[in-house]
Design a protein around this ligand. Sequence first.
Ligand SMILES: [Zn+2]
Length: 69
Amino acid sequence: MSRFILKDRKAKKEQSKQHVEDLKTDKNTRNQKVLNNICPRCGGQLVVRTGKKGKFKGCSSFPKCRFIA
Ligand SMILES: [Zn+2]
């Protein structure tokens, strides 16, 4: 009986590991898109904007999309 529990625990551990990998991939894809001036949220173009705190890269679809790199 305990064997089944162990197997289950291992499976859960594997799942969470996979989840972390997915998150890493997501971040990499996001960064890659930002570097290419593509908004990862809506696929629009990122433009350099000047705000109160200086220059920043934001989505050109603002205020529809509020993505800020
Ligand atoms: Zn956007």
